[in-house]
Design a protein around this ligand. Structure first.
Ligand code: ADP
Ligand code: MG
Length: 616
């Protein structure tokens, strides 16, 4: 048999290897920014067009390259940063593999212009798909400019795999945040499609954080400082009350390199335990300085995962240092340690006074008895405020839903189906019995038996359809705020808000001025309580950050889902009888009744047969 193994041609091997290093435009940005930092630049410019797909340019004032080095830098495994294996254990640079430029040149059009301090004249090299197409001697400023055009021009499959310009731009911005935070002493300018994104003069760490995340961030920061023989920890955590729905502002840097470490992240969560609302995330910007010999950054090609020699010690130190800072800066006493986490109190009720529950048990009450009962006294005081809240539910409701658009469930009483949508009439129909089980389910009777409804999911479904309808027909009822609310956000959060603003208006939000680091809100949908606006906005931004909707339909859909999720009654909330019946009726007036907007089962039925079988 003839020999069949061949060496791949260079350009093919290069393209394959490039895939490891360059996944998307932001990978190019990361590699080139790191090269500029390694070259000792004090000023770096980043210019991108169309999410980096058409153009990425990075200009630095670093040490530049000689003509020979410039040519060599595009060869695979060509690096000036390490010479022997041992150097890997004493690494002070970002790069060391000598792969980035070779990889980028394999899959894009690259133009490099560079000059060293000593040379009077510089070098220009043009590369296309790993081939040198031009090299000449030119006049150039000191430093290096790298121009990368038409990424993946020769790998259409990879190019098609890229997301929208907006999404790719967001990845680039994330990378820019990480590197510019790790190097506050370097000045950065960032332009996108011809306009300024960030102008960051050289600064200290705190000011750099504020430059990136907005003026309001300053007051949120608490310094963290600790030095031992194992590690030097420095940086800032955000006060617990500013914990956010999104995970955006969480940064670890190890020896000035952004790293991801779920393990160390857990240490921080431990320190914040009991101080933040469930479902929110603390912000932190922490630098860990360790001996380069005790850290292995070689385990992943894109190098955000690292391995520390002594992770357990690091974990313990980090946790106690952060705890100490929280205590030292008097952050903790403002919070209520007494609060029972299991209570799951809705946030808006956190500061309201709770009366002593006066439970009056109606001993004659029988849930299966289909008679008119008014159990007004049997709900505890705790539920009283909720009754008012629930009436609000109907203020903006469309009362003209078709009476016959119900699911195939047949109610025991005809009246229930027909009366509720007559405006102004008594809505509760006492011929249907409902009751609440474990503050989680509503149980109601139907002809064939009974239905057990998950209250939270049912309400999500009702709200979801309502909001979706508002968005589609662009008709929503909003309430003007007496005093407009000013909410502060970081510039990248503002850019997300701008993307969804139009849809937010269709559900009833009214915006005033939108500034660089904040937004004014003049009106909110009727269902929204003023004190919850910040939380809702954060949730929206966080949802959109995590999953970018591709078209305007999915944007509306996501918006309706988020609002439904945030505004729905939750497990643990007591509902009075009026609200229970109303919720049941609203649910069965929905287009879809069986599933919540998040595809969870809303109710189950138990037939008389089912019950009888249990008694055999
Ligand atoms: P690595 O950074 O891992 O060494 P790269 O492929 O990114 O590999 O770069 C190869 C070499 O090119 C570097 O080792 C460095 O000597 C040189 N180089 C790359 N970018 C720059 C720059 N902006 N300024 C000066 N030298 C650079
Ligand atoms: Mg490099």
């Amino acid at each position: 048999m003839a020999d069949i193994i061949r060496l791949l041609p260079d350009h093919v091997a290069n393209q394959i290897a490039a895939g490891e290093v360059v996944q998307r435009p932001s990978s190019v940005v990361k590699e080139l920014l790191e090269n500029a930092i390694d070259a000792g630049a004090t000023e770096i410019q980043l210019i991108v067009k169309d999410g980096g797909k058409t153009l990425i340019q990075i200009v630095d004032n670093g040490k530049g390259m000689s003509g020979t080095d410039a040519r060599l830098s595009f060869e695979r495994h060509a690096t000036s940063k390490i010479q022997k294996a041992e150097d890997l254990f004493n690494l002070h640079t970002k790069g060391f593999r000598g792969e980035a430029l070779a990889s980028i040149a394999a899959i894009a059009h690259v133009e490099m212009l560079t000059r060293t301090e000593e040379d009077e004249i510089g070098t220009r090299i043009k590369m296309e798909g790993s081939k040198v197409v031009a090299q000449e001697v030119v006049v150039a400023p000191k430093g290096t400019s790298m121009l990368v055009k038409n990424l993946f021009f020769n790998i259409p499959a990879r190019r098609n795999f890229l997301k929208s310009d907006q999404v790719e731009f967001r990845h680039i911005t994330d990378e820019f945040h990480r590197i510019s935070l790790a190097h506050p002493q370097v000045a950065f300018n960032f332009y996108n499609n011809g306009s300024d994104v960030f102008q960051l003069p050289a600064n200290d760490f705190r000011k750099r954080i504020v430059q990136i995340f907005g003026r309001k961030t300053d007051e949120k920061l608490v310094p963290v400082e600790e030095e031992t023989h194992v590690v030097k920890i420095s940086g800032y955590i955000q006060k617990p009350e500013f914990a956010k729905k999104s995970r955006g502002e969480q940064f670890f840097f190890a020896n000035n390199r952004f790293i991801k470490s779920p393990y160390l992240h857990h240490a921080i969560l431990g320190a914040f335990e009991g101080l933040i609302r469930p479902g929110t995330h603390p912000g932190y910007f922490l630098n860990l300085e360790v001996d380069p010999g005790t850290i292995d950054i070689n385990i992943h090609p894109t190098k955000t995962e690292v391995k520390f020699d002594d992770e357990h010690t690091l974990y313990a130190m980090l946790k106690s240092t952060v705890k100490h800072s929280l205590g030292q800066f008097n952050v903790t006493p403002a919070l209520d340690f007494e609060q029972d986490q299991n209570l799951d109190t809705p946030y808006s009720y956190k500061n309201k006074e709770v009366g002593i529950p006066q439970v009056v048990v109606d001993s004659s009450f029988n849930p299966f008895e289909a008679v008119k009962t008014s159990r007004g006294n049997s709900t505890s005081n705790y539920s009283k405020p909720k009754v008012e809240g629930w009436e609000n539910l109907y203020l903006g409701m469309d009362m003209s839903i078709d009476g016959d658009n119900h699911s195939n469930l047949e109610f025991e009483s005809e009246v229930v189906n027909s009366s509720i949508f007559d405006e102004g009439q008594e809505v509760v129909d006492h011929t249907t019995t409902t009751f609440q089980l474990r503050k989680k389910y509503i149980i109601t009777t139907i002809k064939s038996g009974m239905v057990v409804i998950n209250q939270s999911r049912a309400h999500q479904r009702v709200l979801y359809e309502k909001f979706l309808k508002n968005i589609t027909i662009k008709e929503a009822v909003s309430q003007q705020l007496l005093f407009p609310l000013t909410l502060s956000f970081s510039p990248s959060e503002i850019s997300i808000l701008n993307e969804i603003k139009e849809n937010l208006c269709t559900v009833g939000f009214v915006f005033g001025e939108v500034a660089e680091d904040g937004v004014e809100i003049k009106g909110v949908p009727v269902l929204v309580v003023e004190s919850e606006v910040q939380m809702i906005m954060e949730q929206l931004i966080s949802d959109f950050q995590q999953e970018v909707p591709g078209d305007s339909f999915s944007q509306s859909d996501m918006l309706a889902k988020t609002l439904a999720k945030t505004l729905s009654v939750k497990t643990g909330e007591t509902l009075d009888e009026f609200s229970q019946v109303k919720l049941v009726n609203d649910l069965f007036a929905c287009k879809e009744t069986t599933l919540s907007p998040f595809n969870k089962k809303v109710y189950m039925t138990i037939t008389e047969n089912d019950i009888e079988r249990k008694f055999i």
